[in-house]
Design a protein around this ligand. Sequence first.
Ligand code: AMP
Length: 280
Amino acid sequence: MREIKRLREMYLYSLKAKSHGKKVGFVPTMGALHEGHLSLVEEAKRRCDIVVVSIFVNPLQFAPSEDFARYPRNLRRDRQLLKNFGVDVLFLPDAGQLYPPGFKTFVEVESLPKKMCGRTRPTHFRGVTTVVAKLFSLVNPDLAFFGEKDFQQQRIIRQMAADLNLPVEVVALPTVREFDGLAMSSRNAYLNPRERKAAPVLYRALSLAQREVQGGERDVNKILFRLRSLIGSEPLVRLDYLLAVDPETLQEVKQFKGKVLFALAAYIGKTRLIDNVVVG
Ligand code: AMP
């Protein structure tokens, strides 16, 4: 596995691979890798000739009060995992090179980032779209792989790629979960044993939404009420938001029709976790 830190080297590597007719797959991550990330890598391996994985804890997507400084970092372990999975390039861009003094350009998708996570984290998605646009222009992938765990993020990136005519196919893959349903996340490492025990209530609630719809319930507010009471029964968990939205427009829905995304964010102690399911 080749390790690339310099932006120009990454750009030239990809250019050369593509000139030889290779299909380049890209998996952007912030590291502290788990099976969720690795499921994206596996799919990239299946569908592409060259797989590039980036690890970059992007300061631009963290607000000053958030966990940038203590975000889990374990490069040695990540490197070994990616090597074992047959990744071709580990791209470790340097923050100083990505955001040199005088950096002034941001990429911002309108309206989609306003609700859900964007309400609590108003500058988050601008940081995400800016870094992903920059990484896309450096790696120039044919396909880029994202997790539906971050549903709003993949929707916004898909919009950005379409609106900017970026020559990349954005692929979204299902959420990988722990044995008890908790969505895998690098932030799960923050949970103490009591919090970890409480956390699966989030997926239990989302599964309840699935069952309610399968049972014929069409009133979304009633479903949300039942989910809120289930989550409310777990004293360690504090909901940030729980919404039922159209998976395409991310606008709230009242009546069940077609597909509905039930999405939530919740604090367990100081840790903020997100999860979602698409029903229908
Ligand atoms: P992160 O390192 O948190 O920025 O995540 C990198 C990529 O992995 C994003 O596209 C995430 O949506 C995806 N991802 C994170 N957790 C999971 C999971 N549990 N299942 C599938 N994909 C995930």
